[in-house]
Every structure is written in structure tokens, then in C-alpha cells.
Design a protein around this ligand. Structure first.
Ligand code: GTP
Ligand code: MG
Length: 497
């Protein structure tokens, strides 16, 4: 039966007539009958009974069938408990991919008395699923009935009548050809349309767009961050410098209040020292702030200037250039002293004329003392006033020097940071361009491969389609593979595949 070369060669000839290059459908025909079906359909029971009834035929379940082997017939067993489902139909599609000869079996008919309705429904469902199943022979069996002997006679008859029919082998081979040709055509079409590559191509395009978008965003975000950080640094550091100068000025002005003439020189030195301290503090504040800005922008810190910012030159207070005023004070002091001297001597004269000389001497001494005191106090107050103005001027000079230092260093930092960011930016732009070039290369490769596949599809498909049409013509149009349906032995009705 299955060993006969004639029918198989006849089927191959149908295809070879269209394209001699198509020599085999690539499946190995086996002598086994595959019994398969959904879970708990009663497959194992059917196999056991069939093995007992037809010992000369090899019956296998799906897991016993060799890989790549096409069974000579497929017995599709479904339980009479309920009609087929869509997934059951798909199971049959897989099992009967390379086999034309299929027998539908409804099992457990002893337990389900409405099995005939279920069988009719299954027949309709399967016929609607695929046209090739429309004229399938269906039988009911009870392979492991709860009571009595197995009921499998009809199935044994159908198989007996089918398996020895040489045309079954020819049709099986044609079915294998049909299935393989459909697969190959579908493969060529999918390759030609780049179906497999579509997901990768879309992913690559999305990746390319992502890179471009993130580049644009990075660039503008960096520029905005730099601008705002620099503006903030300028405002904060200028405010800091002004603040320091103002507080130093108030401290110094307070010190002037308790200052004696002897402390003037030390005070002047102190002012210069404080000025140097303020400049150093401003310098340090600027360095700290700019380092933090660089860290925020993820670039190298801005280098500090090699020299510390110079302390402004502060000319000494103009304490000695007041000759005219001194003279005036001397005159006024002398007048004041003279008045006191006269008043004191008169006082003595009025008390006792004998004391006139003593009164004159005492008046002169008192007048001189008062004159010296008035001139001295006036001079000290004047000098304190001069010092106060000097402190105001000196701190103003200090403030403009500190502000200038801040402005200069922030400007230099802006230039340095812009340079660092531009360098980083260009390195990233190069990396992104490299990545985009790689993506473009891969996209070009996919496009070229798809074009090659499309050319191959256009070259190969016409012959394959003609071969498939020839196979289908042989399968459906000349229906020689009909056999008597043994389920109705006396009706003479025939059922074709
Ligand atoms: N009443 C009745 N029960 C049956 C019949 N055939 C099988 N069964 C019962 O159905 C159950 C499944 O039978 P199996 O032959 O093991 O079915 P299967 O399809 O091989 O099951 P799995 O391999 O587990 O998917 C068992 O409990 C059987 O006793 C039958 O003809 N009548
Ligand atoms: Mg089983």
C-alpha cells in the first residue's frame, strides 16, 4: 500500500510539469495512521482498540510520530460530550497538514445518546472551518465503554477501505505539495514585503528620531542652564561684595567714635587690613560659587586666576592739610582763653585788691588751660570727622574694586564654561551622528535585503503559484479519490475528500 511508488510519482509529476526544479515537497511519508484529538477525547482508548482490531496497521498518537513524517491517514477523535471548538479545528489543521486522508470520529457514544447531533454539528463546523474538511467521513465509536464491548466497527471499515486505496497516497502527496507550496509562497511574499524586518525597521526609525530629539533638547537645556546660572552668580556675588563692604564700613565708623589721636595710625592700618580681608573673602566666595556652577553643569571647574585680586590703593586720610583751620582755632582758642583769664583775674581783684597779681597769674593760667583744651578738643573732633569721611570713601573704593573683581571673574567663567559646554556638545554631536550613521547603514541593509527578496519573490512566485494551481486542480477538480461511505453501507452514497 504505502510503499507503492506509482501514486507518489504521479503526484510529483503534476508539480514537475510546471517547474521541474520542484522535485519533492520535503516531507517523508510514513505508514503510520495518526490518531489525535483534543484533551481527554478518548484518543488513547481508540488507539488501543484499533491496534487490537487492525494489527497489520501502525497506529500512533501525536507524540509517537517521527518529526517531519507525514502520516498516511489522520483519525481525528473528538468527544461526543460537546461540539468542536475553534482550537480543536486548528489542532486538526496541524495534524493533517501533509495528509489528505482524514477520518472524523465522535467518541464515547455509549455515554452520550445525542452523539448523532454532535456529529452533525462537528461535521458542519469543520466544513465551515476549511473547505477540504467539508466531505470528511464521520463515524461514532465507543472505544472504552463503561458497559459492553467497544463499538468501533464502522471506523475499522472506513480505515480498511481507505488505507489500501492507492489514490489515497497520491492525494496525500498532493496535499503535502499544496501545503508546502502555500508555505513557500507565503514565505516569499512575507520576505518580499519585508514583514520580518518591519518591526526592526520601525524600531530603528524610532531610535533615530529619539536620538535627534534628545540632541535638540540637550542642546537648548544646556544653553538655558548656563545662562541662568551665570546670571544668578553675577547677582548673588555682587550682592555679597556690596554687603561685605557695607558691614565693614559700619564697623569702622563705630570704631572712630572711641578713637583717640594716638590710635589714628593703627586705625589707618586696620582699615587697609580689613580691605585686604574683604577682597580675599570676595575672591574666595567667587571661587566657591563658580566651582558649584561648574559641578551643576557637569563640566570641569573654572580655573582660578593665577594672582589674587589686587587690593585697591587707599590713600591715607587728609589729617594734616588744615593749616588755616588750625590757625583760626588758635585765634578763637586764644580769645576764649583771654576771656577766661580776664574773668578769673577780675574775680580775684574784686575779692581783695591785694590779690591782683595773684589773680592775674591765676587768670592767665586758667585762660591758657581753657584755650589749650578747646583747641585740642576741636582738633580731635575735626580729625574724627575727616577719618569718617575717609572711611566712607575708602569703602566706596573697596566696593567698586570688589564689584569689578566679581564682574571680571564671572565674565571669564562664562567664557570658560561656554567653551567647555561647546566641547562637550560637539563630542556628543559626533557620538550621535555616529550612532545615526550606524542606524542608517542598517536601514539601508534592510531596504536592500527587502528589495532582493522582492526581486526573488517576483521571479519565483509565478512558477510556484502555477504549481499550486495544478496541485489544487488535481485535488479538487478531478475528484477520483471518492470512496463509499461505510457508515451507510446500503445507501451506495459516496463520500469524497
Ligand atoms: N464512557 C466512555 N468513556 C470513555 C470512552 N473512551 C474513553 N473514555 C474515558 O475518557 C477518559 C479519557 O480517555 P483516554 O482514552 O485516556 O483519552 P485521551 O484522549 O487519550 O486522554 P489524554 O491522553 O489524557 O488527553 C477516560 O476516563 C476513559 O475511561 C468511551 O468510549 N466511553
Ligand atoms: Mg491519552
Amino acid at each position: 500500500m504505502t510503499g507503492e511508488p506509482g501514486p507518489v510519482e504521479a503526484a510529483d509529476a503534476v508539480v514537475a510539469a510546471v517547474d521541474p526544479a520542484l522535485s519533492s515537497p520535503g516531507v517523508r511519508s510514513s505508514d503510520s495512521v495518526l490518531v489525535t484529538g483534543p484533551w481527554l477525547a478518548g484518543v488513547s482508548s481508540v488507539v488501543a482498540v484499533l491496534r487490537a482490531r487492525l494489527p497489520e496497521v501502525s497506529f500512533v498518537e501525536a507524540d509517537e510520530l517521527a518529526v517531519g513524517a507525514a502520516p498516511v491517514a489522520v483519525v481525528f477523535a473528538v468527544s461526543a460530550v460537546s461540539p468542536l471548538t475553534e482550537s480543536d479545528c486548528e489542532l486538526l489543521d496541524l495534524a493533517a497538514d501533509h495528509t489528505d486522508c482524514v477520518v472524523g470520529v465522535v467518541t464515547k457514544i455509549d455515554a452520550h445518546h445525542d452523539w448523532r447531533e454532535v456529529l452533525a454539528t462537528d461535521r458542519d463546523l469543520l466544513g465551515a472551518h476549511r473547505q477540504r474538511y467539508a466531505r470528511l467521513p464521520w463515524v461514532g465509536v465507543a472505544a472504552a465503554p463503561e458497559v459492553g464491548d467497544p463499538v468501533v466497527d464502522e471506523l475499522v471499515d472506513v480505515l480498511g477501505g481507505t488505507l489500501f486505496d492507492p489514490d489515497v497516497l497520491r492525494r496525500n502527496r498532493l496535499r503535502a505539495w499544496e501545503s508546502q507550496l502555500e508555505k513557500v509562497i507565503a514565505r516569499y511574499r512575507a520576505d518580499g514585503e519585508g514583514a520580518d524586518r518591519q518591526a526592526r525597521v520601525s524600531a530603528l526609525r524610532a531610535q533615530r528620531e529619539d536620538i535627534r530629539r534628545s540632541r535638540r533638547m540637550d542642546k537648548s537645556q544646556r544653553a538655558i542652564a548656563l545662562r541662568s546660572q551665570i546670571q544668578q552668580a553675577r547677582v548673588q556675588l555682587t550682592y555679597f561684595a556690596r554687603n561685605r563692604c557695607a558691614s565693614v564700613r559700619s564697623e569702622l565708623q563705630e570704631d572712630i567714635g572711641g578713637l583717640g589721636r594716638r590710635g589714628f595710625a593703627a586705625f589707618e592700618d586696620g582699615v587697609r587690613r580689613r580691605a585686604a580681608e574683604v577682597m580675599a573673602e570676595v575672591d574666595e566666595g567667587v571661587t566657591t560659587h563658580l566651582t558649584a556652577v561648574a559641578a551643576d553643569l557637569h563640566v570641569d571647574p573654572v580655573p582660578s586666576p593665577p594672582q589674587p585680586t589686587p587690593v585697591p590703593d587707599l590713600p591715607g586720610p587728609p589729617l594734616r592739610s588744615r593749616r588755616l583751620e588750625t590757625r583760626l582755632m588758635m585765634v578763637l582758642g586764644a580769645g576764649f582763653g583771654l576771656g577766661v583769664a580776664l574773668a578769673v583775674s577780675r574775680l580775684f581783684t574784686g575779692v581783695d585788691p591785694g590779690l591782683t597779681v595773684a589773680g592775674v597769674l591765676a587768670g592767665a593760667a586758667a585762660g591758657l588751660a581753657v584755650a589749650v583744651w578747646v583747641v585740642g578738643i576741636r582738633g580731635l573732633l575735626h580729625d574724627r570727622g575727616v577719618l569718617d569721611r575717609w572711611v566712607v570713601e575708602a569703602t566706596a573704593t573697596l566696593r567698586s574694586a570688589a564689584e569689578e573683581a566679581v564682574a571680571t571673574r564671572v565674565l571669564a567663567a562664562e567664557a570658560a564654561l561656554t567653551g567647555s559646554l561647546a566641547a562637550e556638545e560637539s563630542a556628543e554631536a559626533d557620538a550621535a551622528a555616529g550612532r545615526i550613521a550606524e542606524i542608517d547603514d542598517e536601514l539601508r541593509e534592510h531596504a536592500a535585503a527587502t528589495a532582493r527578496a522582492a526581486a526573488q519573490r517576483d521571479r519565483r512566485i509565478p512558477a510556484l503559484v502555477r504549481a499550486l494551481e495544478a496541485v489544487r486542480h488535481a485535488l479538487y477538480d478531478n475528484s477520483p479519490g471518492e470512496f463509499t461511505d461505510p457508515s451507510e453501507p446500503n445507501s451506495g452514497k459516496t463520500v469524497g475528500y
